[in-house]
Design a protein around this ligand. Sequence first.
Ligand code: ATP
Length: 238
Amino acid sequence: MIVVEHLTKYYGEYHAVRDVSFQVEKGQVVGFLGPNGAGKSTTMRILAGFLTASSGKATIDGKDVFWDPIAARRRIGYMPESCPLYTDMRVDEYLRFRGGLKGLSRKECKARLGFVLERCWLKDVSRQIIGTLSKGYRQRVGLADALLADPPVLILDEPTAGLDPTQIRETRKLMRELGEVHTMLLSTHILSEVEATCDSVIVIYQGQVVEDGSLAAVRKRHRNKPLEDIFVQLTGQE
Ligand code: ATP
């Protein structure tokens, strides 16, 4: 469903993503792990069409991200690390506006809006101004936006960052439920979240993939060490 081949990104002279290749199969929930600055957000933003790559190839559901960006983007729901929400709009207004940008008709938008508000526990705040909402609620608005056009693929950049423990638990439950119907690439620093939600992991360090496989295969390769120890070993964090 997601195929990345030899992806490279330079910011000026800085080589942020170095020859990254991986695949995410249909129905998989994949944890995209790496220390701060490893290149996760850069890779995800390229896949979501918000950043151009320096070289390489990527397809989403067979659609080329660089040569057929509109078709590729239609197949993705992307939630950035900090949701770029228009904070002076109401939640329902914002989501209707986003639905229009995603090409939904008014009727489709109305139907999907009801669904995502319910799904992301936003019904009670749907008429509130986004700027008055807590971080947890704003994250959920970002998630509702990602789900709006019912895309087969979700790319979620640290969906539980900055949430309180109750919100983390709720969001994690939602991730598990979403993982049953969507193919997901999910970045996080919380390894217990990966164990609770993901089938597979891709570990990126200094812009390069240093591990990729099912949780079981990765554990086996590292003599059944805890995921935290494996991560530390792979990313030279000690
Ligand atoms: P984090 O977990 O902290 O979000 P990350 O793995 O998502 O990190 P990226 O945000 O992709 O990492 O950044 C990769 C590297 O590229 C970092 O060294 C970062 O400083 C650099 N970088 C990111 N965006 C830019 C930019 N616009 N201009 C220059 N360098 C950038």
